[in-house]
Design a protein around this ligand. Structure first.
Ligand code: HEC
Ligand code: HEC
Ligand code: HEC
Ligand code: HEC
Ligand code: HEC
Length: 208
């Protein structure tokens, strides 16, 4: 099991070095045990202090109600299979209908929502998905840096668990039947996470 070194050493400083050796030793093991319990609950993303604050956004209606839970949790499709660009560009991107039809020319073709999807596809009409997350234009954000830092260049991180990193900023998409915003994504949210994880503090990194 992986425990963030920084976190552990912080706990250690608190527990050890208070005079009586046996007492502080017992204290140390107690703290160590609690560290393992805490880390077991968040073991999916090592070397990260996730933001905890939440936001309660409204359900965002879509031209076709898209069930994330059916695709990700039930059928195990990785977020990056559809949101292909997140790894190497500022935007994550929404998949084109051609990608949907790769499965849905065969899967669930009797379902009304899939028939609607097929209609868009056959009429060559793009699906205009409504935006769920939208920062003001004066803010610079990039998926790439965050995914490199927390997934691809993160020792001990398994790419299979990438959704745990998406969840830092998008919540538990895996369980969702309708898209909505559940993290504030305001300046305080971004800045606090940068402070906690050694991200940049300069104004111009986020405001160009
Ligand atoms: C089968 C393809 C597919 C997979 C797999 C998938 N998504 Fe999506 N995602 C979509 C589509 C289509 C939309 C647009 C409809 C909507 O907002 O529900 C979307 C929308 C989103 C949005 C909102 C975008 C916005 O407008 O702000 C987020 C965030 C998101 N997905 C995250 C994830 C995460 C995290 C995972 C993995 C747990 C994931 N997606 C897996 C297809 C997919
Ligand atoms: C990798 C394969 C795959 C891709 C790609 C895919 N889906 Fe699916 N989709 C599934 C599977 C599997 C189910 C579950 C079918 C079932 O329960 O019968 C499903 C179910 C659905 C449903 C629910 C149907 C219902 O009413 O029960 C909708 C809506 C849907 N998909 C839309 C989409 C859209 C839109 C896209 C493209 C953004 C997409 N899917 C891409 C595999 C896929
Ligand atoms: C550090 C925070 C953060 C993480 C981690 C993150 N996102 Fe995002 N995401 C955002 C923000 C902020 C936006 C809005 C960007 C904008 O409006 O310019 C966004 C927008 C999106 C969108 C809308 C389309 C787009 O590209 O702008 C999708 C889809 C999406 N994210 C999917 C994902 C997926 C999938 C993951 C994990 C692989 C992920 N995000 C990880 C913060 C994050
Ligand atoms: C999970 C914690 C976390 C959250 C939430 C987060 N960031 Fe970051 N961000 C980081 C870390 C860590 C880095 C440094 C990555 C690196 O350089 O390896 C970073 C890097 C960046 C960069 C790249 C700066 C450069 O060097 O070019 C930008 C821009 C950025 N973040 C903007 C944002 C914005 C805007 C938000 C809020 C919408 C946000 N971040 C939310 C952790 C976070
Ligand atoms: C980690 C990214 C990040 C950093 C660093 C950052 N900001 Fe922001 N800032 C944001 C985001 C995101 C918003 C958009 C807030 C919203 O939509 O509610 C914002 C909004 C603002 C606004 C608009 C007013 C408001 O509160 O909505 C001002 C002014 C501002 N920032 C100034 C600064 C200054 C000055 C600094 C340096 C001390 C700074 N920012 C550093 C992310 C950042």
């Amino acid at each position: 099991m992986f425990v963030s070194n920084k976190f552990l050493s912080k706990r250690r400083e608190k527990g050890v070095g208070q005079g009586k050796v046996s007492q502080s030793l017992a204290m140390f093991f107690l703290l160590l045990a609690s560290v393992f319990v805490i880390s077991a609950a968040q073991a999916e993303v090592p070397n990260a202090i996730p933001p905890t604050v939440t936001h309660s956004g409204e359900d965002v209606p879509q031209p076709i109600e898209f069930p994330h839970d059916v695709h990700t949790e039930e059928n195990g499709i990785n977020c990056l299979y559809c949101h292909t660009y997140a790894r190497r560009s500022p935007v994550a991107g929404i998949p084109p209908s051609s990608k949907c039809m790769g499965c849905h020319t065969i899967i669930a073709t009797d379902k009304p929502r899939i028939q609607k999807l097929t209609e868009y596809w056959e009429n060559n009409e793009p699906i205009l998905w409504n935006k769920v997350h939208d920062l003001p234009d004066f803010v610079h954000f990039t998926h790439e840096k965050h995914l490199q830092r927390f997934v691809f260049e993160n020792e001990g991180m398994d790419v299979e668990n990438v959704s745990e990193v998406c969840a830092f900023c998008h919540g538990d998409v895996k369980k969702r039947t309708v898209a909505k915003k559940v993290k504030p994504l305001n300046m305080g949210f971004c800045v606090r996470c940068h402070e906690a994880n050694d991200g940049p503090a300069d104004c111009w990194k986020c405001h160009k």
